[in-house]
Design a binder for this molecule. Structure first.
Ligand code: NCD
Length: 325
């Protein structure tokens, strides 16, 4: 648990926001709307700074651990890019088979070791609840970069920032999530985060990959209108943000079940003909066929811009958590 008190003398110009400073980032449920406004504003400033000067020394002297027990390209490297663009550095552990984990070391012992060396730990782990377990054992901030099929809060933050930048705001929009809503942690976090806004959410999935009932209830309790369907066509014309996900092959215990649903939804240029002229097509990536490459040239295809917004969002989060925004 991150409990460090903000008592030490602060150098000139350094500000600490108590809503972020020293905090673990475990679930989107910990945020209020005002927190997000601050984060997005800082992310916007980060973008301007990167465009103007590329790298700057806001987090000079800070060291991050990137501890990844599951594969990652974007999350891992965007955290590396984020800390390095802020002048800090990173210890990258992304092949745990070459670390003491292969000797049988527990997650708790590994994170308790890494917090002796570094100022915060970004953790991706296959088990739901692992980030909370790590946070309970450590003083330094733990940033959940995906705990199994649980949550992926920093992805939801960057997704919301992307929606805001692409669509000019979030209130009033209809967001349609497509694909693996059962195992997809990005949509779990995003649906929860969107309860802070005035939106409508559509869920499009095969029957066996529906959004978990508990989550639908939680979103409903926040007063959000939701529609569940297997037919993308029935909700596409009213969609402002189409959020497509990969079927999470690695989470199926029965591979024949995966084979049945793997190609359920494929977005093509023809699909886009039925969508609004002003809309954003998003995907956390990697894609494995859910959106054909022929769609990439469509100005509504926002998934690579989404990655760029992701770096700025993670820069903002690191700056706020490490107390220098
Ligand atoms: C996602 C993840 O790991 O949950 N990827 C990411 O972080 N951008 C989505 C996925 O793997 O399908």
């Amino acid at each position: 648990m991150a409990t460090r008190a903000a008592t030490e003398h602060l150098p000139f110009g350094e500000k600490r926001d108590p809503r972020f400073f020293g905090k673990d980032i475990l679930s989107v449920s910990q945020f209020e709307r005002g927190d997000l406004e601050i984060l997005f504003e800082v992310a916007h400033e980060m973008a301007e700074m990167v465009h103007r000067i590329g790298t700057f020394d806001l987090l000079k002297g800070k060291v991050l651990t990137n501890l990844f027990y599951e594969p990652s390209t974007r999350t891992s490297s965007s955290f590396v890019a984020a800390i390095e663009r802020l002048g800090g550095s990173v210890i990258q552990i992304n092949n745990v088979t070459f670390s003491s984990v292969s000797k049988g070391e527990s997650l708790v012992d590994t994170v308790r070791t890494m917090e002796q060396y570094t100022d915060a730990i970004v953790l991706r782990h296959p088990e739901q609840g692992s980030a909370a377990e790590a946070a309970a054992a450590t003083e330094k901030p733990i940033i959940n970069a995906g705990d199994g099929a649980g949550e992926h809060p920093t992805q939801a933050l960057l997704d919301a920032h992307t929606i805001r930048e692409e669509m000019g705001g979030i209130d009033g929009l209809t967001i349609t999530m497509v694909g693996d809503l059962k195992y997809g942690r990005t949509v779990h976090s995003l649906a929860k985060l969107l309860t802070l806004y005035d939106v409508r959410i559509n869920y499009v999935s095969p029957e066996i990959l529906r959004m978990p009932e508990l989550l639908v209830k939680e979103v409903d309790a926040a007063g959000i209108d939701q529609i569940e369907t297997a037919e993308l066509g029935s909700v596409l014309p009213e969609t402002d943000v189409l959020y497509v996900t990969r079927i999470q092959k690695e989470r199926f215990s029965d591979t024949s079940e995966y084979e049945q649903v793997k190609d359920s939804y494929v977005i093509t240029p023809e699909t886009m003909l039925g969508a609004r002229q002003r809309m954003a097509l998003m995907h956390p990536l990697p894609r494995v066929g859910e959106i054909t490459t022929a769609v990439d040239a469509d100005p509504r295809a926002a998934y690579f811009r989404q990655m760029e917004y992701g770096m700025y969002t993670r820069m903002a989060l690191l700056a706020l958590v490490l107390g220098k925004a």
